[in-house]
Design a binder for this molecule. Structure first.
Ligand code: NI
Length: 254
């Protein structure tokens, strides 16, 4: 089994006591690699450090919309210099979050657009966070995202939106919610996205898949996401695992 978790945050303090065991457990369960994703300068720095220390870990660096209001000009310089590191495979996670609105929406949009330009200048794909901001986010990607590739992480839109995402050349990544009984819309997305454009992820420590919902998530659980997607598509887990791993490697030049 060759699984790959396209999105995790094991630098989170919830892993302070057992981070090494979590990394070992992922490897034991067939998770051959994962991308540890930054959401601000501190977590981006931790992601780079993890990627330098462990062969199986890759890093993404970026400013999450929650933190857009605190961004300093020098932060962009840090992202650019980290991007020169070969283990830094993406700019992310970046995007819009209108659910929490921790940063004013105009600032979220400006910081997102700035990081699209940054990603283009360093030649890296992007990892997009989109929560309840589908319309504005798609508008910005269409007008400002030319020349970029990337993934909509923890995809939460409709099949129609997934088709738009695919048309723009982006990938769709599914996380724990696809395993929930009440996620019928996502189960349709899991069936419809072409196998060569699909990724799986955990978003650890969040979004723990069934049957561990409510507990801390970890990269080893990406198998539960992959099992559900394989079941929905009526293909075997091995095929799904191999395809999604190839997709991650193609998208992120791993
Ligand atoms: Ni995340």
């Amino acid at each position: 089994m060759v699984l790959f978790d396209s999105h995790a945050h094991i630098d989170d303090r919830k892993f302070n006591d057992d981070q090494e065991a979590v990394i070992a457990r992922a490897a034991e369960r067939g998770v051959t690699g994962f991308i540890n994703v930054g959401s601000d300068i501190a977590s981006s720095a931790r992601s780079v450090a993890l990627a330098e220390r462990y062969e199986a870990i890759y890093a993404a660096v970026g400013i999450h919309p929650h933190d857009a209001k605190d961004v300093q000009e020098a932060d962009y310089d840090k992202l650019v210099s980290w991007a020169a590191n070969p283990k830094v495979v993406a700019i992310g996670e970046i995007g819009l979050d209108y659910h929490y609105d921790y940063s004013p929406r105009d600032i979220q949009q400006a910081v997102f657009i700035r990081q699209l330009e940054l990603a283009r200048s360093v030649g890296k794909p992007i990892i997009i966070h989109d929560r309840e901001a589908h319309g504005d986010l798609m508008g910005i990607v269409k007008t400002e995202g030319h020349g970029l590739s990337g993934v909509f992480h923890c995809f939460s839109g409709s099949v129609e939106m997934a088709k738009e995402v695919l048309k723009l050349g982006f990938y769709v990544s599914l996380a724990g919610p696809v395993t929930f009984n009440n996620s019928q819309k996502l189960k349709v997305v899991a069936r419809e996205v072409p196998l060569d454009r699909l990724l799986v992820e955990t978003d650890s420590p969040y979004l723990t898949p069934h049957p561990y919902r409510g507990k801390r998530n970890e990269p080893a659980f990406v198998r539960l996401v992959a099992e559900e997607v394989a079941r929905l598509r009526e293909i075997d887990l091995e095929t799904l695992a191999m395809a999604t791993t190839e997709n991650v490697k193609r998208l992120f030049n791993i």
